[in-house]
Design a protein around this ligand. Structure first.
Ligand SMILES: [Fe+2]
Ligand SMILES: [Fe+2]
Length: 208
C-alpha cells in the first residue's frame, strides 16, 4: 500500500462505523443501498486507477447524505451557510443536496480532505478542476449497479476503453441531455465543468 494512503485508511476505519448507522436512520432503505453501491464502485474504480481508494469509499458513503432533506430546508441551509446560489438552484433546490452534503461531512464528521469533500460537492453538477478522486465519485454515482443499464453500460465501456475523464464527460453529457429532454435549466457550473473537462482531455491527449 502506498505510504500516503495510511492516513485516509485510518480516517475511513474510524468514521465508517459511525457513518453507517447514522445513514441507516437518516435515509431510506433504497437510498442507503444506492449509497453503499456508490461507495463500493468508487472504491473499485479508485483501485483500478491506483488512486487512494479509502478516500473514494468515504466520499461515496457521504455523497447523498442530504438527498432526502426537503427542498425548502436545503435552500434555507444553503443561505445560512452562505453558499453562492444561482437562479437554477432556486428553481431546483434538490441539486443543493450535494453542497449541503459537503457541509455535513465538514461539520458532523470533521472531514477536511479536499478530495473527499470534492467528491460529495461535485457529484450532481460537476465542477471545473475536479480531482481524479472527485471524478471517480461522479462516475460511480452514474454507473453503480442500481442505475439503468441502458445509460450506465456505455459510460462503463468508455471508462474501460478510454479512461476516467472521457467517461466522466459522457456522464455529464447524459445528465445534460436528460435535463434538456425534461425542459429544465442547465446550471452554469455544469457548463463550465464540461468546458474544462474537454480542454483537460485535449491537453492530456497532446501529452501522450
Ligand atoms: Fe446525489
Ligand atoms: Fe447518488
Amino acid at each position: 500500500m502506498a505510504q500516503q494512503f495510511f492516513k485516509s485508511k485510518a480516517l475511513l476505519s474510524r468514521l465508517k462505523p459511525e457513518i453507517i448507522p447514522w445513514l441507516k436512520k437518516t435515509v431510506s432503505k433504497k437510498r442507503f443501498e444506492h449509497i453503499i453501491n456508490v461507495s463500493e464502485v468508487a472504491k473499485l474504480y479508485a483501485k483500478k486507477l491506483k488512486l487512494d481508494h479509502y478516500k473514494a469509499e468515504l466520499s461515496g458513503l457521504l455523497h447523498d447524505s442530504a438527498k432526502e432533506i426537503p427542498s425548502k430546508k436545503l435552500l434555507r441551509l444553503a443561505k445560512k451557510k452562505r453558499i453562492k446560489l444561482d437562479k437554477v438552484d432556486y428553481k431546483t433546490p434538490h441539486i443543493l443536496h450535494a453542497r449541503i452534503g459537503e457541509v455535513i461531512a465538514k461539520e458532523k464528521f470533521k472531514i477536511k480532505d479536499k478530495d473527499i469533500l470534492g467528491g460529495i460537492r461535485c457529484h450532481t453538477l460537476a465542477e471545473p478542476k475536479m480531482s481524479p478522486i472527485t471524478m471517480v465519485v461522479y462516475l460511480a454515482d452514474a454507473t453503480e449497479p442500481g442505475r439503468k443499464r441502458k445509460k450506465a453500460a456505455p459510460i462503463r465501456k468508455i471508462f474501460k476503453d478510454k479512461g476516467l475523464e472521457p467517461a466522466v464527460l459522457q456522464a455529464i453529457n447524459n445528465k445534460l441531455l436528460s435535463v434538456i429532454e425534461k425542459g429544465g435549466s442547465i446550471h452554469p457550473l455544469t457548463v463550465t465543468a464540461r468546458n474544462w473537462l474537454i480542454a483537460h482531455i485535449k491537453i492530456r491527449k497532446s501529452r501522450d
